[in-house]
Design a protein around this ligand. Structure first.
Ligand SMILES: [Fe+2]
Length: 140
């Protein structure tokens, strides 16, 4: 289970809200996995996929509108994570393998989220909120 304190806070409230919603969904999936409730897991995984698509495209739209310079790098991480999530959901639907889903939902995905928020989302939120982008410091 992820705890709210584990989620790094960024400079935009709307992004923090979205991250919290995602964490709550992930914890619900962990619960359903522990309960070995196949049907619930499937419904929640579809919800997570939908939420993630919305979440990433929302950030990408904001970055494009404000011409955030490291946009391609940030989008690259999104694309990779979304591709992985799609594979996990497809494999789940084929195999209903609780153990491998538990590893992804309990370890791989939370670790990715924390790392991504700490780096890409933090820099993006600072820029969008009117602060400095990593490229405005004169170092790049
Ligand atoms: Fe992001």
């Amino acid at each position: 289970m992820m705890r709210q304190e584990e989620l790094p806070m960024v400079a935009m409230a709307a992004m923090n809200d979205t991250h919290l919603e995602e964490m709550i969904l992930i914890n619900k999936i962990s619960e359903a996995v522990e309960q070995k409730d196949e049907e619930k897991v499937t419904v929640l995984l579809d919800a997570l996929l939908e939420h993630t698509i919305e979440h990433f495209s929302g950030e990408e739209k904001m970055m494009c509108q404000k011409r955030f310079p490291p946009y391609p790098m940030h989008k690259g991480e999104h694309d990779q994570a979304l591709a992985e999530l799609r594979i996990v959901v497809a494999l789940w639907k084929e195999q209903h393998d609780f153990a491998s889903l538990a590893r992804y939902i309990g370890e791989t995905l939370p670790q990715w989220i924390v790392q991504h928020i700490r780096t890409m989302d933090t820099a993006t939120a600072n820029f969008l909120a009117g602060g400095a982008s990593p490229c405005s410091s004169g170092r790049c």
